[in-house]
Design a protein around this ligand. Structure first.
Ligand SMILES: Cc1ncc(COP(=O)(O)O)c(C=O)c1O
Length: 424
């Protein structure tokens, strides 16, 4: 499509956007009495309307029922996490026996690594993409140490080629093959938080399995951003957070996927707790752990209800819209942002280098851009103009036009603000 950098054109795109009305379902922060232009849904998603009332309902049920609320609350707390099974499975392309909502992201990653990083003999290495989110790297290192290994000997960070900003698919495949029987685990972000690069999870899983390694993904920047088929891709495990694209509030509950072939394998070691125990006999309070033959057996503690309230509302919206429709809009919206940034560069002379791949199949909604000659002050200047973006040292802004609530006009307005800043 031929894009134009003017308000009328952006409004025409909004007028033909079938998802445009979803914007009204979210609460936008205000700046100087006006809705901000919000481009940080990749960091913390906006609050869906109805969340406050849902919290109030749980508070009321707690006040009314006390402990009996576990069974008598309108949404009984005992089985609260089960409310998410169908929606989460649909979101990540899993079977219902392969997902569970529990804890938070890094905790879940560590719990999954306990099961899926089992170094033995020469097979000890963990391969991950360049610049993973540091929490993941800390988790990999600590897991290596847990096995008495030196992280420097087993952690392999795959860097882009000299002079390149992102990874080439063939380099990922070749590295996995080269590491061969030394490789215990491949664990990538589905979309890298810094570069915004979307990896071919199916291909990575397939080649990891070819050399006998496990393969898992941190989907913090992927779930709710791009469609996923974790079951069909044969992924071993995955985890995600719900506070970014999934709009469920700060520190909200995390999600876990374990492929059914592992979930129902009683011999696979998992750290145990009573919430992963057979529901039929849980309250017999026996001494021996009898794992539920699903991903639920990784959950150890009873459901953190207040950490899940917003997720129910948000997941409902995703089930209603569907990831395919979101992705279709997302591709157009991000392409428009890419176009607008080029227009800004052309009209102002400001150098903007996109780190995120040009190929739409290799990116989600986020574009990461090097802004030469600027520092963190740029973010403050943008905020003064009512624009919220994210800054990463030394000179990168990450912009996430989120198809659920960002409009084409938002993108146009961002371009105008940038144009004004760069010409003064
Ligand atoms: C890719 C990735 N991994 C891990 C984390 C850490 O998440 P948490 O604090 O929920 O453990 C984040 C947070 O932004 C992230 O983006």
């Amino acid at each position: 499509m031929d894009f134009q950098f003017n308000q009328g054109f952006a409004r025409t795109l909004d007028a033909s956007d079938k998802l445009a009305s979803y914007r009204e379902r979210f609460l936008f922060p205000q700046h100087n009495g006006k809705k901000v232009l919000y481009f940080t849904g990749n960091s913390l998603g906006l609050q869906p309307k109805g969340v406050k009332e849902a919290f109030a309902a749980e508070c009321d049920d707690w006040a009314t029922f006390g402990v009996e609320g576990h069974f008598l609350a309108r949404k009984p707390w005992y089985s609260y996490h089960e409310r998410f099974t169908a929606g989460a499975a649909q979101l990540v392309g899993a079977q219902e026996n392969e997902v569970v909502m529990m804890n938070q992201l890094t905790v879940n990653l560590n719990l999954l690594l306990v099961s899926f990083y089992r170094p033995a003999g020469k097979r000890r290495k963990i391969l991950f993409e360049a610049k993973p989110f540091p929490s993941d790297q800390y988790a990999f290192a600590s897991q290596a140490q847990l096995h008495g290994l030196n992280p420097d000997d087993v952690l392999v960070e795959l860097l882009p080629r000299e002079g390149e900003l992102t990874l080439r698919a063939e380099d990922i495949v070749n590295t996995i093959r080269e590491l061969g029987d030394e490789l215990a685990l491949v664990c990538f972000g589905g979309v890298n938080y810094f570069t915004g690069q979307l990896f071919d999870m199916k291909a990575i899983t397939s080649v990891a399995h070819e050399v006998g390694a496990m393969c898992g993904f941190d989907l913090a920047h992927t779930a709710g951003n791009v469609p996923l088929s974790l079951h069909d891709w044969n992924v071993d495990f995955a985890c995600w957070c719900t506070y970014k694209y999934l709009n469920s509030g700060p520190g909200s509950v995390g999600g876990v996927f374990v492929h059914e072939r592992h979930a129902n394998n009683r011999d696979l070691f998992r750290l145990a707790g009573w919430w992963g125990h057979n529901k039929e006999t849980r309250f017999k309070m026996g001494p021996e752990f009898d794992p539920i033959p699903t991903a639920e057996s990784w959950s150890m503690s009873n459901a953190p209800v207040f950490n899940m309230v917003a997720h129910e509302i948000s997941l409902g919206i995703f089930s209603e819209v569907g990831m395919q429709a979101l992705r279709e809009k997302s591709l157009r919206l991000t392409a428009y942002l890419d176009f607008v940034l080029k227009e800004v560069m052309r009209s102002t002379g400001q150098k903007l280098t996109r780190i995120t791949p040009e190929d739409p199949n290799q990116r989600g909604c986020q574009l990461s851009v090097i802004v030469e000659g600027h520092d963190r002050k740029l973010v403050h200047t943008l905020y003064e103009q009512g624009v919220v973006v994210d800054w990463r040292e030394p000179n990168v802004i990450r912009l996430a036009p989120v198809p659920l609530y960002n409009s084409f006009e938002d993108v146009y307005q961002l371009g105008k603000v940038l144009e004004q800043i760069f010409t003064h």
